[in-house]
Write a protein that binds this ligand. Sequence first.
Ligand code: AP5
Length: 214
Amino acid sequence: MNIILLGPPGAGKGTQARLLVEDRGMTQLSTGDMLREAKDSGTEMGKRVAEVMARGELVTDEIVIGLIRERLLDTSHTGGFIFDGFPRTLAQADALGALLDNMNQTLDCVIEMQVDDEALVARITARSTCGDCGEVYNDQTKPWPADGKCGNCGSTNQTRRADDNEESLKTRLLAYYKQTSPLIGYYYAKGDLKTVNGLGSVEAVAGEIKDALG
Ligand code: AP5
């Protein structure tokens, strides 16, 4: 089963993708994570995308589609793929369809996660991540453990993203509404779209996604 998690910044895509990886043995393909890896590795492309990401704008389709193509060809797909944060434009959606066709694969479901803007701001500004294993925390709902060690891997490397501030978030939200939200209609028309209420607890949202996937 190959699925897309579609939603604005802070909707909980990464959090739910990690649960699907644990529960169903699926493979998470997050273009945000791939771009942050490129940035940290200091490659020429990483340097080019760093400023764009910090401002909260979208990286070019060419770069992102290239990353996904490379990863799809490199990764075994036994448990299926979760596309997290990809596609984000109509051009990316068309490219994904063509890539899957070439692999004789199908897209089985697109889960739209709906969360209102006020909750998104609260979630994003309170987020931290383990720099080693990627576990996601939240100062309000899932605080970094008091002993200073990640509850998943024991690392002390708590990190906050450069684009997790109110200014960048405004640009990220605008990019979502202008460039990404047309995908809701695109996948609805194809009959692939399911919608979940992303405002519930992490467990409640996971339950809704499970029902949507059947
Ligand atoms: P990316 O890394 O994809 O970021 P995003 O889409 O903005 O999404 P986030 O990772 O911020 O949020 P999320 O939905 O995963 O929420 P999370 O689970 O962490 O992209 C970053 C940048 O890279 C983009 O701005 C762009 O520049 C570039 N980029 C990436 N992909 C691209 C593409 N395809 N094309 C072009 N450019 C691209 O949760 C957030 C917080 O809420 C956490 O603290 C979590 O603990 C908490 N939380 C989660 N669920 C719940 C819940 N149910 N209740 C309460 N709290 C919750």
